[in-house]
Design a protein around this ligand. Structure first.
Ligand SMILES: NC(=O)c1ccc[n+]([C@@H]2O[C@H](COP(=O)([O-])OP(=O)(O)OC[C@H]3O[C@@H](n4cnc5c(N)ncnc54)[C@H](OP(=O)(O)O)[C@@H]3O)[C@@H](O)[C@H]2O)c1
Length: 274
């Protein structure tokens, strides 16, 4: 039997940031497993095209809810719409996210607050809204898309490693709280992945400047992530190269890792200071 179906009822997955990159790949992977989908992000037209494609290719029901997760009301509104239409969420993929172009000191506060809302608050709110009914039904899967950066030093004035480290640690704690209930929670830690992430940061050609072996395709990230979530692994660092980096970071003194930060990352932060 496909993972997305039971004798009684089809299962439904809510994917945030489903209009591109890793989120779109998650939606595609879960549709191929037979899950019905609820796709959310800001770009309605893009979401609709993806929903049409997945419905046609995999014969699943696909619903689209446009939402900006920098708005603190969005998680509640998404779940209000779902409750109104009697849709229960069995799988939650907390994936929506972005990088910051500048530092804490050089960004406008509103941009920092919006960044913190989507990266540090929205996924917690969505999880809190989704988990109680998962516990009642004795089945749930939550994949929290963090990053290899969670284990790396923060570049000067950066916030990204910090929010991703928070996601990994909090995700672990939440998993402990749900152990033995049928609700699995996994923090997913990809390294460099070919998505829109870096062009949004203003560095579309980053992949060309770096060795190919450091990069993964979103589909590879997602199939490893989903396997780990099915096994209820607390954390998965995807790809062999990223696992190696993770090990090096664990062994290296923090100060040494700070000094040896890849130039590409330092460059992104420094541009904001120019
Ligand atoms: N790519 C990498 O190298 C990499 C590595 C490690 C971790 N990650 C993490 O992976 C996750 C997915 O990123 P990606 O690489 O797939 O990037 P991406 O291709 O840029 O996709 C980001 C997704 O987030 C959505 N999003 C952005 N701002 C939003 C907002 N305010 N409200 C709602 N949705 C919003 C975007 O949709 P709309 O623009 O339509 O709203 C899009 O669907 C992120 O959490 C990122 O931190 C990425």
């Amino acid at each position: 039997m496909e993972a997305g179906t039971t004798d009684q009822k089809r299962r439904t997955a809510l994917v945030t940031g489903a209009s591109a990159g890793i989120g779109e790949a998650f939606a595609t992977h879960l549709a191929a497993q037979g899950f019905d989908l609820v796709l959310t992000a800001r770009r309605l037209d893009v979401l609709q095209k993806i929903a049409e494609r997945l419905q046609a290719e995999h014969h699943v029901n696909c619903r689209v809810i446009p939402a900006d997760l920098t708005n603190p009301e969005s998680p509640r509104r998404i779940f209000y719409e779902l409750a109104r239409d009697e849709i229960e969420i069995d799988v939650l993929v907390n994936n929506a996210g972005l990088g910051l172009k500048k530092s804490l000191l050089t960004h406008d506060w509103r941009e920092i607050a919006a960044f913190m809302e989507i990266m540090a608050v929205a996924w917690l709110h969505l999880s809190k809204l989704a988990i109680p009914s998962m516990l009642e039904r004795g089945y749930g899967r939550i994949a929290n898309v963090a990053s290899l950066a969670a284990f790396a030093p923060e570049p000067p004035g950066g916030l990204y490693s910090g929010v991703k480290a928070q996601m990994v640690t909090t995700s672990r704690g939440l998993r402990q709280e749900c152990l033995g209930t049928g609700v699995h929670i996994t923090a997913v830690c990809p390294g460099y992945t070919h998505t829109e992430f870096h062009s949004r940061l203003g560095i579309p050609d980053l992949a060309k400047k770096m060795p190919r072996w450091m990069w993964q395709q979103p589909a590879a990230v997602v199939s490893e992530a989903w396997r780990a979530c099915e096994r209820n692994r607390p954390v998965v660092v995807t790809g062999r190269a990223n696992k190696m980096f993770r090990l090096m970071l664990a062994l290296m003194p923090y100060g040494m890792a700070e000094k040896n930060m890849p130039k590409s990352i330092a460059d992104v932060r420094n541009r904001g200071r120019a």
